[in-house]
Design a protein around this ligand. Structure first.
Ligand code: FES
Ligand code: FE2
Length: 399
């Protein structure tokens, strides 16, 4: 019955038959219908079924490196906060006071002792316990027999860190994170094993940038899944690594998709190069892989650097893209002698991402057309993109 109820709500927003067309074989399938990119009610539905039901990315650990660092995050209206506790673990809480529901944290900051509510000063420690309730029993009476503090702690959100990426499952109903990430972890174990994952260091000087784009978040993922647009959108990149140097990546079970290149060349400046992962398989030194892990993070792995490009959905037609880059060890990530090379590498990736903006914003504009039915896929070039569409459609329809 739950299933029918869910489809009934969705059927008020869009034609369910169109959504079911997505899961046909690629030759006859259509893409997601226009409403999935333009409709406000759909976005609410998607917030629940895609962002709250799944393992969703809300940031990177390196943006809050020290104990007491706190960062608010607004997931399409749901106020959250990310906290680095005294043991340097990352925790995510609902950003709301247990008393009268005041939003606790408004901007990124570093707190000394507690998370204090600005309204009546109830205070929580960094693991979420309510530790102080000033004047709760009247002037200078800070405790009350009628009130049990431990019933009003902050509400923690299920979260996990992998490769510095912060994942949350807000509805606490997704499979265990280890099981969820295992297929990708296995795939990448020949490039970056557990030991080498610990070598990742974020670049503080030229490692991050944000871009705001006028389109739905899904277009960024769809575009990232395919190399088909290389000759038109990235002509320079296409000269060094063209369509034929790329291969499709389609994770099974269906949780990620993307493409890989067999022509990766390490950036060089004079004699300087970045350090490389120690256990990278020798026969794959020129492989690099670009994977979209559904729903909202795009990652890029190379012999000498890794990046996380994650999406903050803001509205049906507005998205913030966040980039963070990582290198192997401290010298490559932050050493003075490689600073220029880091700057060039960040510039290179920023240019690529900027080139993609015209493509993804153009698709948004096209979705205003009443005759567009989700379109068709190239049976050869669009398989990973189709895989993402299927993942979205099935996440909306089932479970
Ligand atoms: S609402 Fe937070 S202390 Fe009253
Ligand atoms: Fe691109």
């Amino acid at each position: 019955m739950g299933q029918n109820l869910k489809n009934n709500t969705l059927s008020k927003i869009l034609d369910i038959k169109k959504l079911m067309n997505v899961d046909k074989s690629i030759e006859t399938a259509n893409g997601l219908p226009n409403e999935c990119y333009t409709n406000e009610q759909y976005l609410e539905y998607e917030r629940d079924k895609i962002f709250c039901d799944k393992w969703t990315v809300i940031g990177v650990g390196s943006s809050i490196p020290n104990a007491g660092d706190v960062k608010p995050y607004n997931l399409l209206g749901i106020p959250l906060m990310i906290v680095r506790d005294r043991d340097l673990n990352i925790r995510v809480f609902h950003n709301v006071c247990s008393h009268r529901g005041f939003k606790l944290i408004d901007k990124p900051c570093t707190l000394k002792n507690v998370i204090r509510c600005p309204y009546h000063s109830w205070s929580y420690d960094f693991i979420g316990n309510l530790v102080a309730t000033p004047h709760i029993g009247g002037l200078n009476i800070h405790n009350s027999d009628q009130f049990k503090k431990n019933q009003s702690n902050l509400k923690e959100v299920r979260s996990k860190i992998w490769m510095d990426i912060i994942f949350v499952n807000i509805n606490s109903n997704e499979i265990e994170f280890e099981e969820y990430i295992n297929p990708l972890d296995q795939r990448w174990s020949k490039f970056i094993n557990r030991e080498d994952q610990k070598l990742l260091v974020y670049s503080k000087d030229h490692g991050s940038f944000d871009l705001e784009v006028k389109c739905n978040w899904k277009f960024a993922i769809e575009n990232y899944c395919e190399s088909y647009h290389l000759p038109t959108i990235h002509p320079e990149l296409n000269k060094v690594s063209n369509i034929n140097d790329h291969y499709h990546i389609q994770g099974l079970p269906n949780r990620f998709a993307g493409q890989g290149s067999e022509k990766y060349e390490q950036p060089v400046k004079g004699n300087n190069k970045f350090d490389t992962f120690k256990n990278w398989e020798k026969k794959s030194l020129k492989n690099s892989e670009y994977i979209a892990l559904f729903p909202n993070v795009m990652i890029g792995l190379h012999l000498d650097h890794f990046y996380v490009f994650w999406l903050e959905p803001l509205a049906t037609n507005k998205t913030k893209e966040h980039m963070q880059m990582y290198y192997v060890g401290d010298k490559s990530a932050n050493g003075e002698e490689l600073k220029e090379l880091r700057k060039e590498n960040a510039r290179f990736w920023k240019d690529v991402m900027l080139e993609d903006i015209s493509a993804i914003e153009g698709m948004q504009e096209g979705r205003g057309s009443p005759v567009y039915n989700g379109g068709n896929f190239s049976p050869v070039m669009d398989q990973p993109t189709h895989q993402f569409h299927k993942w979205v459609a099935n996440s909306l329809l089932y479970r």
